[in-house]
Design a protein around this ligand. Structure first.
Ligand code: HEM
Length: 345
């Protein structure tokens, strides 16, 4: 917490580069995890956990900046970079898939380094150039967000849950029992979500969700935000990258480019699996946060709807915390199943 207080009170220049500087280390911590697997599980687990600190740190910085009622343009820029670092697990997966598909001569790690060094420099320069609260007058007059956009975003989310996401996550949860249970449910659910009309509708809805999500994140960038709103925006930012990257992996990379079946083996990185493969390990934080943050995002939306319909904020907050903790547990159960832990029925 000391760092965040420094950020808020003293406005030190270097602090404006820290989330992006931290993100630079993400691929190296995953590489360290893999290298350490052969000689020390403790070092491997520590490296892996440290990689998770990067998106958490990004969230904490964005949350802390959200406490400012009169942010400067540099604060807003840093907040946006912090949201990007929250999304670093999803961005790194997309980076790996896209560089592979393009046959890029630069490795995913090289591109990663270039991007985050530039982001760190941009954050630092932005703060050097301007520390005036230039947005104050604009913020005061700015509507929180267009009510129409917000309603459309919510209706689209509801359709996504009914047509696909509810089934998709139930399907992945079944993996904790066995691969067969997962495959059995997938065959059943595919009849619905792979339908001639349903599948294109799901794609359009997800694309709309990301475009409207970008607009909402943009509009909320300069606004103060409490913990719940900060998590809602940060999870939304993660999902923008996760959804686009995941759809690219499923529809373009697997089905069109590589001709791979998008089944359990694809999801779990068979035959090596998720935790013993130098490339696949990046899928663990990517999927864990994908599930955790999509469920948290929905929980936080439900909290706002409840409050706007007269629910007591204290009660809505308690329920939201229960929802967020449950989301973390569901994501953990799914990942355990995908990493080979099964409970017998
Ligand atoms: C542990 C987490 C997840 C894993 C392992 C995973 C894996 C997969 C796999 C294997 C498919 C292909 C399904 C098929 O061929 O029938 C798929 C499709 C898809 N997933 Fe996920 N997914 C995860 C979480 C999510 C989340 C959180 C979202 C949304 C926020 C999502 C959105 C999608 C979409 C839009 C498709 C394409 C659906 C279609 O075929 O029409 N996934 N996913």
């Amino acid at each position: 917490m000391k760092n965040f207080r420094v950020l808020q009170k003293e406005q030190s220049h270097w602090a404006y580069a820290t989330p992006a500087i931290a993100a630079i280390f993400y691929p190296f911590l995953l590489k360290a995890y893999h290298a350490a697997l052969s000689f020390s599980v403790t070092v491997a687990v520590t490296s892996f956990l440290l990689s998770l600190v990067i998106p958490v740190h990004g969230f904490l910085v964005a949350w802390d900046l959200g406490k400012k009622s009169a942010p400067t343009s540099a604060d807003v820029f840093l907040k946006q970079i912090s949201w990007l670092t929250v999304a670093s697990p999803a961005i790194f997966v997309a980076d790996g898939v896209v560089t592979y598909m393009l046959g890029s001569s630069l490795s995913d790690t090289t591109l990663w380094l270039i991007f985050w060094i530039l982001a760190a420099a941009a954050g630092w320069l932005a703060h050097m150039k301007s520390s005036r609260p230039v947005l104050l007058s604009r913020v005061a007059n700015m509507p929180t967000y267009s009510p129409l956009l917000r309603v459309a975003h919510g209706i689209s989310a509801l359709l996504i849950i009914v047509l696909f996401l509810g089934m998709h996550l139930t399907n992945h949860l079944a993996g904790i029992f066995s691969e067969q249970q997962h495959r059995h449910l997938m065959d059943l659910f595919r009849v619905i979500y792979r339908g001639h009309i349903v599948e294109p509708a799901i794609i359009v809805l997800f694309l709309f969700q990301t475009v409207s999500g970008i607009a909402l994140v943009q509009k909320l960038s300069a606004r103060p935000a409490d913990f719940f709103r900060s998590l809602q925006i940060a999870s939304g930012a993660y999902l923008i990258f996760f959804v686009l990257g995941h759809m690219n992996s499923v529809f373009i990379y697997a089905r069109k480019f590589a001709g791979i079946k998008t089944d359990w083996d694809f999801a779990t990185g068979a035959p090596t699996g998720l935790i013993h493969d130098a490339w696949n390990i990046r899928l663990v934080p990517h999927y864990y946060l994908g599930v955790f943050l999509v469920l948290s995002h929905l929980t936080l939306a439900a909290r706002l709807i409840a409050i706007s319909h007269g629910a007591r904020p204290e009660r809505a907050n308690v329920l939201a915390v229960i929802g967020i903790v449950s989301s973390a547990v569901v994501a953990l159960v799914i990942m355990l199943g995908m990493c080979g832990v099964h409970v017998s029925t």
